[in-house]
Design a protein around this ligand. Structure first.
Ligand SMILES: [Zn+2]
Length: 292
């Protein structure tokens, strides 16, 4: 009996020991796996931190590159601007070199044109635009579109502005003046007719206007609606009155208008100043664009 009990007890102890050993083994294994996993987590943590650092670094590089690209773009833009400026300057200079500098000079007392000066090109004024159909008035070819457009605009408003005199050569002006001297005497003639070389008519850009309402006469032109219309509108087509009432350069000539270009005529109209009262250096700034 005792043996039997001993056997059972020994057997049970053995089982308990075996079970205990098994638990211990499993526990150790779990502990080992846990520490392995925790090691792996730590490693991943380290990798993550390194990656984060690299990303931050890369972001810095990208920002640097972007600002470099921006800098280069700005440099390129500035170069392009400089190039455009140079191109514009060259364009303006080339235009200026092809523009007759006499076209914006003052001719009454200060400057004069020599006997050989003739406009680069002259064109006859169309028959519908002149007071006497038989007279073949000529003007500087470049002003024809402006002149025609102005007269047409007047017609559309029931105002009939007509050309009474246009280009006169040095010789024609001389002949006209000596003729006036014979008729009126030198003193009187000097008061209303310029000496040869001092007339704007030699430029081909000065025009005397009249209307059939004065039967083509110049005197009394300033009492007509045509004159009033020119005062209000001629600047839009590049024309200004050369010798308005009260000017100190020449006698009052309401019929005598001169083409100076739309930009300058508009400036004079807006500022209410006369062409002859403007500084020649300021006037010259408008020369390159006189036919724009
Ligand atoms: Zn005139």
């Amino acid at each position: 009996m005792k043996n039997f009990l001993d056997k059972i007890l020994t057997h049970d102890v053995s089982i308990v020991l075996l079970v205990a050993l098994s638990f211990f083994g499993v526990f150790k294994y779990i502990e080992y796996r846990m520490s392995f996993i925790s090691e792996q987590i730590n490693k991943i943590e380290v990798d993550k931190n390194e990656l984060t650092k690299k990303v931050i670094n890369l972001e810095g590089i990208i920002r640097g590159t972007e600002s470099n690209i921006k800098g280069e773009q700005e440099k390129n833009n500035s170069l392009a601007n400089q190039f455009n400026e140079i191109t514009n300057t060259v364009g303006a200079l080339s235009k200026l070199s092809k523009t007759d500098p006499e076209l914006l000079k003052k001719y009454s007392k200060v400057y004069f044109l020599n006997e050989h000066y003739v406009p680069i090109s002259l064109t006859e004024v169309g028959p519908d635009y002149r007071s006497l159909k038989s007279n073949n008035y000529k003007v500087h070819s470049n002003i024809v579109p402006y002149l025609d457009k102005m007269i047409d605009a007047g017609k559309a408003e029931n105002v009939s502005v007509l050309v009474q005199s246009a280009y006169r050569s040095f010789a024609e002006q001389a002949a006209l003046k000596s003729n006036y001297k014979v008729i009126y005497g030198a003193g009187t003639a000097n008061r209303f007719s310029a000496d040869q070389g001092y007339s704007e008519h030699q430029l081909g850009t000065a025009i005397d206007f009249t209307t059939l309402k004065t039967n083509g006469a110049l005197e009394g032109f300033d009492k007509t609606p045509e004159y009033k219309w020119l005062v209000d509108n001629a600047y839009k087509y590049g024309f200004v009155i050369s010798y308005p009432a009260g000017n100190t350069y020449y006698k009052y000539e309401p019929w005598h208008w001169r083409y100076v270009g739309v930009a300058l005529a508009t400036k004079l109209h807006e500022d209410k100043i006369n062409f002859y009262d403007m500084d020649q250096r300021l006037i010259d700034n408008y020369l390159a664009n006189i036919f724009d």
